[in-house]
Design a protein around this ligand. Structure first.
Ligand code: HDE
Length: 703
């Protein structure tokens, strides 16, 4: 028989911190777990409110014996744990959410009765959830992907959900294609990869057979899908909606969000490395900004147009693969949204929030866009399986903040306790039961005629004109990124006929783009272009479609990293830190040891990040401040070489002192206007506010 010794009662050993409270002697008996005393802790209880005397041990028949079925505390805890997960969203599973408010700055009274769009100065609470599309809930924040941009406005007339994206068009024209699109883009069903990536055969196979996707393809291959921060993306309602005024007259509307910090994206190599350095890059960025009081803000704008104006557009505005260029219908800014409060609990709020495009308020209505029409069904349906009950609207994050009442009753997890005997309408038994009101929701009284059938309108046939317009509207740098992204993505496609088919489509968009991609893929003969369903129209370039044209020359909301080591000059560090902070940047000190570096004057400076864990991809610009000794030591450090090489390769400004220059030299980094002497802080700040686009051709081969 084993003579093995056991602790008779391993439990909690309490340690006092500060002005120690009296310890609970029952719990203090022996054991190896240390719990700090102090504070005013409420008793730990079961879900029935029964206080626990011991949360460390299950109930055993003897100290080394079997656990007893009688242990209701163990069973309750484990059972709840076993059921903690709910199905993740089929798409848009990975996201960041925050509370805030919407404030109207210009009234649309002429066009709508919706209070949220007529009462200037009124603040309406919102909950905004920004997501990636393809990856699962635990996937990285920074794949090449569209970002969902969903806003729930808790208006006084009910909840309005504007469930948009950061791209103003979509892949398909009809909701019936959505399951096919998503099956093609998600991980391939036999192998279970790739996670969160379009660079694989099934996606491009589907796309190459779906010419209506070509406009969206241009957007997703642009750097729009590689945002620097969720605070720096635009948002679009995508579809046309209707506004209805008090005379019942309706006007079409497209909704837009414009980030106060301006648009900014990363470049592909940077994004790939960010994904390794910080999987939660965007979520952390949003969290830190809100916690620091740098509240993300967007302007809210509308494009308004009548049926008569729409009839003259050279495209059909009901087709979600088309946008309305701002040059054709200008944007009117009518409000702003500020996100100023991080949720208390990720699951309760960001996970359980249920957006439905069908959630509109009186004065806002739908257009006939067939994609929107399908969405009006899909979202409520998916919430039923995800949240498990038709009462999901009662979950606090989903509940309207205005009174709501009807005769719907019961159901799984009913939280409300409606009183009285009347649960129907019409009724005469109670003068308190809810009734319909003329002020309630009215649909636009539009006349519909025509033949029923599974037919797509002729006006939906032009698949290339706006794709071409988008490409031609970009700066040369952005065009190069689009071409290179196509080469990268298609190089991951194993089936040659799929690659060829895609190059064929590109020939309709822009022959030179097709040639560049074909060359990048190693085609020696240009693949044939497919027959286009409609001629490609000549459209004026729209500079509003660029990113670079919309980037702001600013350090506000951005980050600067200062690499130091033992012997660095404290005065220089201080000066550059102040200049960057004054310009609005967040500054982080990076050193070989997080405990800090011993500066030239003998003082210690603590680091915000340790070198190996804080690569330069996490910053928008860097300063390298090193003594000769420090430079020598870091020259042997792979992470230091990568730090400066990546900063240069990602087109960032670099300030360096003499020691810093020695490290740059060791990393084979050349000089250009973005590499400045640390003494010239103004030159550094000016260069740090943008990217050194001209440098790119010297650091990588692009298509
Ligand atoms: Fe979605 N979409 N979608 N979608 N979508 C979902 O609803 C769907 C589309 C968008 O943060 C799902 O609650 C169909 C366009 C966002 O919780 C699902 C079609 C646009 C979010 C669904 C589309 C979007 C979703 C999955 C084609 C931009 C995240 C979970 C007709 C205008 C919302 C859920 C959040 C989520 C269906 C196309 C945006 C399955 C059928 C176009 C931002 O219901």
């Amino acid at each position: 028989m084993s003579k093995e010794k056991t602790k008779s009662n391993p439990g909690i050993r309490k340690q006092k911190r500060g002005s120690g409270h009296k310890e609970n002697s029952q719990q203090a008996a022996g054991g190896d777990l240390v719990q700090l005393a102090g504070g005013k802790h409420p008793p730990l209880t079961t879900n029935e409110g029964v206080a626990l005397a011991n949360n460390q041990n299950s109930l055993r028949a003897n100290p080394r014996g079997p656990t007893l079925l009688e242990d209701f505390i163990l069973r309750e805890k484990i059972t709840h744990f076993d059921h903690e997960r709910i199905p993740e969203r089929i798409v848009h599973a990975r996201a960041t959410g925050a509370h805030g408010f919407f404030e109207l700055t210009a009234s649309l009274k002429k066009y709508t009765t919706a209070r949220i769009l007529t009462e200037v100065g009124e603040k309406t609470p919102v909950f905004t959830r920004i997501s990636t599309v393809a990856g699962g809930a635990g996937s990285v924040d920074t794949p090449r992907d569209v970002r969902g941009f969903a806003v729930k406005f808790y208006t006084k007339e009910g909840n309005w959900d504007l469930v948009g994206n950061n791209v103003p068009v979509f892949f398909i024209q009809d909701a019936i294609k959505f399951p096919d699109l998503i099956h093609a883009v998600k991980m391939e069903p036999d192998r279970g990869f790739p996670q969160s990536a379009t660079a694989h055969d099934t996606f491009w196979d589907f796309i190459s057979l779906t010419p209506e996707s070509m406009h969206m393809v241009m957007w997703i291959m642009s750097d729009r899908t590689l945002p620097r921060s969720l605070r720096m993306i635009e948002g679009f309602g995508v579809h046309s909606f209707r506004l209805i005024n008090d005379e019942g007259i309706s006007t079409f509307v497209k909704f837009h969000w414009r980030p106060k910090l301006g648009l900014q994206s990363t470049i592909w190599d940077e994004t790939v490395k960010i994904s390794g350095a910080d999987q939660d890059f965007h979520r952390r960025d949003m969290f830190e900004a809100i916690e620091a009081g740098n509240f993300p803000e967007w302007e809210f704008a509308v494009q308004l147009f009548t049926q008569e104006e729409a009839d003259k557009f050279p495209f059909d505005h009901l087709d979600a693969t088309k946008l309305i260029p701002e040059e054709l219908v200008p944007l009117q800014v009518i409000g702003r949204m500020v996100l100023d409060r991080w949720p208390n609990n990720f699951f309760a709020e960001t996970e359980q929030v249920a957006y439905c495009p069908s959630h509109v308020v009186p004065g806002i209505d739908f257009s006939n866009d067939p994609l929107l029409q399908g969405r009006l069904f899909s979202y409520h349906d998916t919430q039923l399986s995800r949240l498990g009950s038709p009462n999901f609207h009662q979950i606090p994050i989903n509940a309207p903040k205005c009174p709501f009442a009807n005769h719907q009753r019961d159901g799984h997890m009913q939280m409300a306790q409606p009183a009285g005997r009347v649960a129907y309408e019409p009724s005469s038994l109670s003068d308190k039961s809810p009734r319909e009101t003329p002020k309630g929701f009215h649909s636009a009284a539009v006349t519909e005629t025509g033949k029923k059938g599974r037919i797509r309108a002729e006006s939906f046939a032009d698949h290339y004109s706006q794709a071409r317009q988008f490409f031609l509207s970009q700066t040369a740098y952005e065009q190069t990124h689009i071409a290179s992204a196509l080469v990268f993505e298609l190089s991951k496609v194993e089936h040659l006929h799929v690659r060829a088919a895609m190059v064929g489509h590109l020939r309709h968009i822009e022959e030179d783009l097709a040639k560049r991609v074909a060359a990048g893929l190693g085609f020696d003969k240009m693949p044939a272009a497919p027959v286009a369903a409609a001629p490609v129209q000549k459209m004026e370039p729209s500079p509003a479609l660029q990113i670079i044209g919309k980037m702001k020359d600013t350090l506000v909301g951005r980050a600067v990293g200062i690499l130091i080591a033992d012997g660095s000059d404290g005065a220089v560090i201080k000066k550059i830190k102040k200049a960057a902070t004054d310009a609005g940047a967040t500054v982080k000190i990076v050193a070989p040891k997080v405990g800090g570096a011993k500066l030239a004057d003998g003082s210690m400076l603590a680091a915000d990040g340790q070198l190996a864990g804080s690569p330069s991809v996490l910053f928008d610009a860097v300063a390298i401040i090193l003594s000769a000794e420090g430079a020598k030591a870091l020259s042997k450090e792979g992470a230091a070489i990568d730090f400066v090489r990546d900063a240069f390769g990602h087109l960032k400004a670099i300030a360096a002192d003499q020691g810093g220059q020695a490290l740059l030299k060791r990393a084979n980094i050349g000089q250009d206007t973005g590499v400045v002497d640390v003494g010239d802080k103004d030159a550094f700040i000016a260069a740090a506010k943008t990217r050194q686009w001209d440098r790119e051709k010297s650091v990588r081969t692009l298509a």
